[in-house]
Write a protein of this length. Structure first.
Length: 128
């Protein structure tokens, strides 16, 4: 399933595009294709990785994560067509590198915000 989200700066929320339809929420409960298609900005689209964090929250490009190695952000690396977990020091690792794709390693990853006004676990503005 192809799933994307786009940040709406005016409403300070995401609009979702899932299998050809637009939604207000990731659960696909509220849709209005004509209205939402105008809000969804493909130039700002962020793709779902297909993975869930330790709380079963879907991980998207642009999400800020916390794990045993510290804070990071999910980015899409176009050269390889893969998602990269990028650390503050500039290092990173791909989602399919070694252990990260294993469920036992995903149990340590938690989505703590996103790059659009992200909040850390204490509710304060955060950066990696």
């Amino acid at each position: 399933m192809n799933k994307f989200r786009s940040w709406n700066e005016q409403g300070k929320n995401f609009t979702y595009f899932i299998n050809g339809n637009y939604f207000f929420d990731v659960e696909c409960l509220n849709d209005d294709n004509i209205f939402l298609s105008n809000l969804f900005k493909w130039r700002n689209a962020e793709q779902a990785t297909g993975l869930l964090d330790k709380n079963n929250k879907e991980i998207f490009e642009g999400d800020m994560l916390s794990d045993r190695k510290g804070k990071s952000v999910v980015t899409y690396f176009k050269n390889t067509g893969q998602f990269l977990i990028l650390k503050k020091n500039g290092t990173g690792y791909y989602f399919n590198d070694g252990d990260i794709a294993r469920p036992c390693q995903l149990q340590y990853i938690k989505v703590i915000g996103n790059i659009h006004g992200a909040k850390d676990v204490r509710g304060k503005s955060s950066s990696i």
